[in-house]
Write a protein that binds this ligand. Structure first.
Ligand code: FAD
Length: 222
């Protein structure tokens, strides 16, 4: 359930102004949202102790905010609240084989969002955004589930970032070889890569008369 965003360009900042290959970059919010929505997995970068940690986790978007959640006691959830963080989503779309090692590349779509996380403290809002997380992946599932207990809600922290400072970068298409290399007898091209759902694996505890819902069948066929 990703509510529609208006067509909007984010303002480049000192952090988000693209340096290398700026022609691949974009500040178009719809483009950034499409990249965020195309996977439930992000990487969250934050400072901790002597290093910058980059932690893989799940995210989802509702309107002009991106959300993630975790145990109230986790280092990531506690530490990342107090500082400016970077949330990144990357899709590796292909391996690009050129006629020189230098021009090998990757086709990709990636988005980076910077900001200060806010805790979703209000219980009704927290419940609504957690519902949006499940519904965004599996439409219709939330209403069929046991509602979260107070203990589960207390154990979970939900954080969010406004989609205000960020960027997208996309590479697509064939290798960008030098003109004088094009006639070399070397195969060049793109090996496309996709993430694909395989056949669903039912839990052994499923009652015999419980069959996969439509959204599971759709997930595995698409
Ligand atoms: C799968 C994949 C493979 C890549 N392989 C290489 C590689 O081998 N070598 C290489 O040099 N680069 C590679 N890139 C591109 C890389 O992500 C950087 O864009 C590039 O290295 C420039 O880095 P920089 O530190 O100069 O960033 P700068 O351009 O200085 O970054 C400034 C700002 O631009 C924006 N920005 C930069 N890169 C991205 C991005 N990828 N997505 C969204 N916003 C961005 C951010 O807001 C960032 O804060 C790859 C990207 C992907 C997704």
């Amino acid at each position: 359930m990703h509510t529609q965003t208006s067509t909007k360009e984010l303002t480049p900042t000192a952090l988000t102004k693209l340096g290398r290959a700026p022609q691949r970059g974009s500040f178009d919010l719809d483009k950034i949202c499409a990249i965020l929505d195309a996977s439930p997995m992000c990487h969250l970068g934050y400072q901790t102790g002597e290093a910058t940690a980059v932690i893989p986790t799940c995210h989802w978007r509702v309107g002009d905010r991106v959300y993630w959640h975790g145990s109230r006691l986790s280092r990531t959830m506690q530490t990342s609240q107090a500082q400016k963080v970077c949330l990144t989503v990357t899709h590796l779309d292909g391996l690009v084989l050129a006629r020189s090692g230098f021009h090998h590349s990757a086709n990709y779509r990636s988005a980076m969002v910077f900001g200060y996380p806010e805790v979703v403290a209000d219980r009704a809002n927290k419940l609504a955004v957690l519902e949006a997380f499940i519904e965004g992946l599996f439409p219709g599932r939330w209403q069929t589930l046991r509602p979260p207990s107070q203990k589960e809600m207390n154990a979970t922290t939900v954080l969010s970032l406004p989609l205000e400072e960020g960027s997208a970068k996309v590479r697509s298409g064939p290798p960008a070889d030098l003109a004088q290399d094009l006639a070399l007898p070397i195969w060049a091209g793109v090996i496309p890569l996709t993430v694909q759902a395989a056949a669903a694996q039912p839990c052994p505890h499923n009652p015999a008369d419980v069959t996969p819902p439509e959204y599971v069948r759709q997930f595995c066929l698409d």
